[in-house]
Design a protein around this ligand. Structure first.
Ligand code: RP5
Length: 183
């Protein structure tokens, strides 16, 4: 129920954003709604810190291959600049999305129940030459979000400044472990 509420919250904000705000520049896709809880930290960071409402959708390389291909091949023409794709197990979604678009694709390996996410990591990271996917750590949707804003920030100075601000804040937070300043 919590996941459903989070999903509907995200979908609602995506719908609102299409009315009130510019076209989303980040497309976030996942292979199953069971992946959503892994993506929520990254989605919240994008929305709450960077003020970006990404487009969020569910599509699977295996269960909805036609929709997956259509989504990826039309993303650039709809204004999407970066795709974040999360999947677990035989995690073919990021690679298949990359095969259908020239946009940068960031893959998030999702930890499933059987093989601790190593299966997802290997499935995503071991792409053949010519079809790159930028792979982040297992379940690390925060880094996927940060990589996406770094890509957008390379041509949006205000966003790049926000990325620098985030990095500076992270530096000072790291110095404070359980209340003890280490330097
Ligand atoms: C993958 O299979 C999805 O990305 C998900 O991580 C995994 C399990 O999917 P469900 O069986 O939970 O729908 O395609």
């Amino acid at each position: 129920d919590k996941i459903r509420a989070e999903r509907s919250d995200i979908k609602t904000s995506a719908v609102k954003s299409s009315v009130a705000k510019p076209t989303p520049t980040i497309g976030v896709i996942m292979g199953s709604d069971s992946d959503l809880k892994t993506l929520v930290p990254g989605l919240k960071l994008l929305r709450d810190y960077f003020g970006i409402d990404p487009e969020v959708d569910i599509t699977s390389a295996h269960r909805t291959p036609e929709y997956m291909a259509e989504y990826a091949s039309k993303a650039a023409s709809r204004g999407i600049k970066v795709i974040i794709a999360a999947a677990g197990g035989a995690a073919h979604l990021p690679g298949m999305a990359a095969a259908h678009t020239a946009l940068p694709v960031i893959g998030v390996p999702v930890k499933g129940s059987a093989l601790d996410g190593v299966d997802s990591l290997y499935s995503i990271v071991q792409m053949p030459r010519g079809v790159p996917v930028a792979t982040v750590g297992i379940n690390n949707s925060i880094n996927a979000a940060l990589l996406a804003v770094r890509i957008l920030g390379s041509y949006e100075p205000a966003l790049q400044r926000k990325v620098e601000e985030y990095a500076n804040n992270a530096k000072s937070e790291n110095l404070d472990i359980k209340g003890i300043k280490i330097r």
